[in-house]
Design a protein around this ligand. Sequence first.
Ligand code: EPZ
Length: 417
Amino acid sequence: MEKIIVEGGHRLEGTVAVSGAKNAALPILVSALLNEGPNVYHNVPDLRDIRTIKKLLSDLGAQVETEGDVVRINASTLNSYEARYDLVKTMRASVLVLGPLLARLGRARVSLPGGCAIGARPIDLHLKGLERMGADISLDHGYIDARAPALKGADIYFDIVTVTGTENLMMAAVFADGVTTLRNAAREPEVVALAGALNQMGAQITGAGTPLMTITGVDELKPTSLTIMADRIETGTFIIAAGVTRGDIKILGCEPSYLPALVNKVRQAGISVEQEPDGLRVVCDEITSSVDVKTLPYPGFPTDMQAQFMVLMCLAPGLSVVSETIFENRFIHVSELQRMGANIKISGNAAVVQGGKPLTGAPVMATDLRASASLILAGLAAQGTTEVSRVYHIDRGYEAIEKKLAQLGARIWRTQE
Ligand code: EPZ
């Protein structure tokens, strides 16, 4: 296995470009199942999770070709409706094939994703919505066995805002007979990007980005070509990197309006974030304030930025409270940060961070995607050297993060464990 070594204390300066958004690319690549192809996607990030979803689509019989950041998918040769356990267990977003397979073939057999480090992450709301649309769902030896000779439009209410639940049902509804209404729908920019891709194919979806979406069934969808939006979580991660190193960087290709809550909070903490003609300028001379955050569905503070923001608060002068309302176990990074000298106390879904003391480098272990990013950020700021092991977690969602940070002046490299 590989590890990443970080020598702390180096100020980040210069320009970095973010890659395409993992959480937009995953559902959009899956949406290629809904037409006879070929679909052409540009700015697709080269990540483990993207490789996993391409493997899954190939297993279903689709033709998938990659050339740099361009991916071509032609699902006219679809010949299976089964998503195997060994693929789904490595990436739970594989459940996104459920809706499209039912819509296209009337049949799907998808392994029930297990829990993961950050929580149980059930998909009951996905399944309840599909049943409302007339699907017959049963559990068979760890697999969801779904049958739906003809899905029909339904009025669906999500008890909890669910990103992939909204995406799965949006895709299931495109050929359904009648109108499907999704109430309390997720509003994330990645959900809006998927709706845009489907409408570009000929779907009739309204209300994307609002809590009330409607999908009017159509007979077929046409292939499309599009560019994947920039990754807002990678953008947020670099904003925090500039903050913890008191740096001055420019981030290219990003869309700051997709991070309203994060930009608001880092500005309160003393980081300047300004849109310039060629990108986002992020400057921090001093972290001036501790700031409380509470993760919420978009447009609230993103849970995928909680661990990274906590590192910034470890370096802020006072006390801050970081509350996690989305996942039940997303503080795994805390014990690793404590090994680096962080003063953090957990009480229920809140972490109380007493900042002001420098962090010290240490050997630490990554446990989930965003926690591992936070350990690298802590390493950038710490006195001494930090070794982050199990970096395969970080490769799921960040393309060559150590190369991008090194280009900004960080002393960071990857070695074998
Ligand atoms: C998506 O996961 C993202 N993944 C996650 O990013 C992100 O953290 C999460 O949304 C929240 O923003 C992708 O888009 C591929 P949810 P998802 O369904 O859709 C509960 C990353 O780091 N819930 O919005 O799986 C669930 O347990 C990843 O890139 C149910 O109870 O998250 C959670 O508490 C991590 N029943 C809450 O809702 C359901 O049927 C939100 O989950 C579905 C969800």
